[in-house]
Design a protein around this ligand. Sequence first.
Ligand SMILES: Nc1ncnc2c1ncn2[C@@H]1O[C@H](COP(=O)(O)OP(=O)(O)OP(=O)(O)O)[C@@H](O)[C@H]1O
Ligand SMILES: [Mg+2]
Length: 565
Amino acid sequence: MAPINKESPIHNDTFQYVIGIDFGTTYSGAGYMFIKNGSRGDVVDIKDWPKNNGGRHYKIPTIIRYHKTDRSQYKCGLEAEKETEGYDSCIRLFKLRLSDSTRTDLTELPEGLDIVTVISDYLKYLHKNICSSIHKALGCNSAIFEKKIESFRYCLTVPAIWTNGAKSKMREACILAGIIDRNDHVDRLLMVGEPEAAAIYSEKMKGGISIKSGERLMIVDAGGGTVDLTTFEKTVNSFKEIVEGDGNSSGSSELDRRFREFLDLETRSFSLDDVSLDQLAETFRTKTKLEIDPDTPDDIVYIDLPRSLNGRTIENDNGFRMDIDSLCIPTSLLLTRVFDPVIEEIVLLIDYQLGALDKDLLHYIILVGGFGQNTYLLQRIKDEYPNEKIVGDIIVPDVRELAVVRGAVYFGLDPYSISHRRMRVSYGISISSPFNEDLDRPEYKVFNSHGDAYCRNRFDPLVTKGTDVSINDRISRKYTTQNSKTFSLKLYSYTGKVAPRYVSVNNEDAEGTANIVADFVVPLPVSHDKDTSFEMDMYFGHMEIKIEVTFDGSEEKRTFTASYN
Ligand SMILES: Nc1ncnc2c1ncn2[C@@H]1O[C@H](COP(=O)(O)OP(=O)(O)OP(=O)(O)O)[C@@H](O)[C@H]1O
Ligand SMILES: [Mg+2]
């Protein structure tokens, strides 16, 4: 592994405020902290969102509704909940489009708008309200506040399973939303994994658990869209990812999707119209699933019938019945058909992380996220892991839905609190190396000016899948280039166990070769007829892959993140 960089690999400017933003699949929230002369207070949760009477909710719905003809007008959050004349219907769950392009049940985006634009419009709304909330709290005039904004550092939470491509789209959305400027240092906006942020918060919260150095903990962030898991080991001052983050789409909205399917099937003989079915599904989403009581599996769950269906009595063979003003569903049927398949997926993810620990005791499972409040999910997890020699304790923090956003603020204050990350894939670059007559492909043979034979398109692995990479680990390469305005470093990756010999040069040979995943484009200083030489330091242990470029003869380092294919 690369030598430890003695210099700080994270640019900590004179930021005075750290703003944490949790852009969630179903709900989003934000919080901030003021740092005065190095001293810190508590995280201030932002609650004065428009229409949030008296700060009832900490998070606002991740929904957006565009004007039918003028797409520059849109409503978000609580302001988008009610239908408004001239506006399209609500777009929900759009965050899932960044990780799961196969979902066919998501609302179409308005014509002409891509996902990055929609996310940036939503982020713009969040940011505007974050700023007005902080401005109000400070009570200063607008000119002073505008100046203060320059000292804001942002910390955005991202799911553990997101690809580099999804993260780079999020960064682009933040730039389009005006949260950061394209010319800002990349570290003005940091990204932190949702489970990482929750791990940090588990120690900071009131009555927080004190995790001893060497103890292991697994964060299970059961949210609206995804369930994200990561297993960490506590080191003296930080957390080290010891099992690579994993997750899938078995969040709470999967319960909603399954309920709708279940409803369609069970009411087939009742001839209900779509509008009534939608209303029943909405009551399940906002009420029934939250109140499900695992202690009464013999009971019945009652869902209010829409008025149009009142007065009907009908029952199917499974005991699923409409009775005057209620839909009556046997609790056990609802648990086995809607909840269990989703929870089994979550248990599988936990098993997989435990398997990777190879019988080492997991001291804590910490369950966070909105779905983490579900008593049936908690009971099922407790039942699944009764042996204290395998899982020591299962903990549910007090403010589950805020653990991630508050943790993000703490991370922004101390980005070193996550010291190591596990590589999910292997990365490398393309090089030319001395030609091996026995092994190398003749079509890749080239000669240098001294007549030595080289092989082009060889793959040079830099970091390997499954290894621990510290945030200080740096891999350096020197480059010299002639007469060009930009230099482009292409990053290749592969997921297999054995490093391929070549990088892919066209689509046909993609198999068994490393594929291009990212491109770092570095603008070069103007030079006249002479070579430009520079050193490139690459960091793989951060949430986003970063490179730092230092031109020969200059002290200044310039930092870049990649754009992804
Ligand atoms: N008791 C409960 N049982 C099941 N689901 C619940 C419960 N309480 C809240 N939820 C669901 O939790 C979700 C909100 O949780 P959270 O704010 O953690 O998700 P998110 O951050 O929007 O999603 P993600 O983290 O996947 O992007 C909503 O889908 C909500 O319906
Ligand atoms: Mg979340």
